[in-house]
Design a protein around this ligand. Structure first.
Ligand code: G6P
Length: 610
């Protein structure tokens, strides 16, 4: 989703901004722009489309300056065109880049039009520079004009603002959308994601909600929402081992699929000792939060929600804790009943998903026993606002379609279930086999990756269809949902997942000789039931593709188009390993169709608006 990079320094910063915007491309965007201050004026270049369009424009009409702000936009208000791209400017003097949504923009727009302002875009963001300009014209200084203008904004924002008459200064503010400030050797940078700063800056300050910062090449002053001067503690940005290069892979998604054994190994590391969870399970808070839990509410979005759905099966069957899983955008707008001793558990790769954060904020004000987060990003809003956190150790995930974040979330959830099992004296036999299976998970994932060549052939056939069904049962049903989500996200082929037992209640009407049906077929207690569902598909001449951990009889039957056999590990952890062939299927299908796999149309990596 939208990205911000700004810099003020003693040297030229335009290339630094372009480099920073390049690192934010993975978040998803549809246009980009830069405003740079030279000695007398602010000049803007912006273009629709990808960053190369902006770079071409900069080659034809170069920009220079020691203070500049840049943006990648993901359209919410107004089409993804040049006019709506940021930065937005007022009176050729005040330039603004904005992430988030200004909910009262219609009223502000009318208020400003009534005072003679002319809008050149359809965006909510353009209200901000005009509001600042209005206050500047009333005689207040730049910082106060920004503070007063920001006071009118409802909704969520991360903003960077520059003003010609105070060159070299950036006013940065945030509420609900992430923003950081980094101190480098030659000046300061402002960014919506630390990835834009990596290896260029040392100390990073995370703005708190409501903070406004006044940044120059030499200084950075912080003010809280009350306008009081405050100090914010900087942290040293660790150099990530996981670089943002694709190495030998064709795309980040493919690289990240193949990183899964290592990411899962890192997530397990030090947390499982002698078949039991260690005291290093939590990265924030402690497991005392789990002692009195009688119920769990899991809230998340997208792939993280699917991880939560698997955890529900584990929590109820292994730890015998009632668990409810809910879409964050639904949860936040209803009146959930919180039974006594309920733990709120949110799951998020980025820790910045607007709906998940809103749900967490609601939970922090509700009578929950505590709030626990499972997150891949330390120092994210979710990390800071949850009472306790288990970090997944996936490293940076660049592909919009989540892969290693999911399998590490499932690993962290499995460890949490094991901890609950230990606290509630669940059967030792079950806990031992769960722990044993988990300790072998990285090798199981390595085996699952060996299915790639066979999956490629299936993907070629799937790529010729307009619609695909996925079926699973028990804790493999959410995995089928995730398989369908992956396929539609990156190949744009319509895909639906059903609990196999639901087939005859509707989707069977779609099955004919042109319908591929991907069935997750592990050898477990539900296999007999699942076999009957497969027969139902075959009887309608549906094209069956089976993912299985055992020999399947009747391969000669021509409705069974293919069987991918692989070692998926113990039944308890196979909802993790089954994701691998499904990810490869989506990946290679999209590759056959020539899609932009890392940046699928209309989607964003981190959805910071609701
Ligand atoms: C977006 C991403 C998905 C992700 C979802 C939730 O839709 O494209 O891959 O699963 O957001 O994100 P989170 O960061 O909260 O896990």
């Amino acid at each position: 989703m939208c990205g911000i990079v700004g810099a003020t320094a003693h040297n030229e910063v335009v290339n630094l901004i372009v480099d920073g915007l390049r690192t934010l491309e993975y978040r998803g965007y549809d246009s980009s722009g830069i405003a740079a201050q030279n000695t007398t004026e602010t000049l803007i270049r912006k273009e629709a489309g990808n960053l190369s369009a902006l770079q071409n424009s900069l080659t034809k009409n170069p920009l220079s300056g020691t203070c500049a702000i840049g943006h990648t936009r993901w359209a919410t208000h107004g089409k993804p065109n040049r006019e709506n791209a940021h930065p937005h400017i007022s009176g050729n003097a005040v330039a603004v880049v904005h992430n988030g949504v200004i909910e009262n923009s219609n009223e502000l727009r009318q208020f400003l039009i009534n005072r003679g302002y002319v809008f050149t875009s359809e965006t909510d963001s353009e209200t901000i520079p005009h509001m600042v300009d209005l206050y500047l014209n009333s005689g207040v200084g730049f910082f106060d004009a920004c503070r007063k203008a920001i006071g009118h904004l409802e909704g969520s924002y991360a903003i960077a603002i520059t003003f010609n008459s105070e060159p070299g200064k950036i006013i940065a503010a945030r509420k609900g959308s992430p923003l950081i400030i980094a101190q480098g050797e030659k000046g300061y940078m402002v960014a919506s994601d630390p990835i834009a700063l990596r290896e260029k800056n040392q100390i990073v300050y995370y703005l708190e909600d409501g903070d406004i910062a006044e940044v120059t090449a030499e200084t950075c002053d912080f003010y809280d929402s009350e306008g009081k001067h405050v100090s914010r503690i900087g942290t040293r940005l660790a150099n990530s081992k996981c670089t943002t290069s694709k190495n030998k892979f064709a795309s980040f998604m493919q690289k990240e699929i193949f990183e899964q054994p290592d990411s899962v190994r890192a997530t397990l590391s030090g947390r499982l000792v002698n078949s039991r969870t260690s005291n290093r399970l939590f990265d924030k808070g402690s497991c005392t939060i789990l002692d009195k839990v009688d119920n769990i509410h899991i809230v998340a979005c997208g792939t993280s929600l699917n991880a939560g759905q698997v955890a529900k099966y584990w929590l109820e069957s292994i730890a015998k804790i009632p668990c409810q899983v809910e879409i964050a955008s639904e949860y936040r707008y209803r009146d959930p009943v919180v039974p006594p001793n309920t733990l709120f558990l949110s799951i998020s790769q980025s820790g910045e998903t607007a709906d998940t954060l809103a749900a967490l904020r609601f939970a922090n004000e509700s009578p929950y026993l505590g709030t626990l987060g499972i997150c891949n990003t330390d120092n994210s809003s979710l990390y800071r606002e949850s009472e306790a956190v288990i970090l997944t150790k996936a490293g940076i995930e660049v592909g919009v379609a989540s892969t290693k974040a999911l399998t590490t979330q499932l690993t962290a959830l499995a460890l949490l279930v094991l901890k609950f099992g230990e606290l509630r004296n669940s059967s030792h036999v079950v806990l031992d086999s769960f722990a044993d299976a988990l300790s072998h998970l990285p090798e199981m994932l390595e085996d699952a990756l060996k299915t790639e060549e066979q999956i490629k052939e299936i993907a070629q056939r799937i790529s010729q269809h307009k619609s695909v069904l996925f079926l699973g049962r028990g804790h493999h049903y959410p995995v089928a949902i995730e398989g369908a989500l992956k396929l539609k996200e990156i190949s744009y082929i319509h895909a639906e997942a059903y609990a196999a037992g639901e087939l005859k209640h509707g989707p069977l009407a779609l099955v004919d000789r042109n319908m591929p049906v991907v069935v997750l077929c592990p050898k477990n207690d539900l296999l007999e039931k699942l076999s009957s569902n497969i027969e139902e598909v075959k009887a309608r001449h549906g094209q069956v593709y089976l993912l299985a951990d055992h020999k399947i009889d009747g391969q000669s039957n021509h409705e069974i188009k293919d069987v991918v056999e692989f070692e998926c590990g113990d039944n308890l952890i196979s909802p993790i390993t089954f994701n691998v062939p499904l990810q490869l299927l989506a990946y290679h299908t999209a590759e056959y169709l020539g899609k932009n796999i890392d940046q699928p149309r209309n989607l964003a990596k981190s959805v910071t608006v609701e």
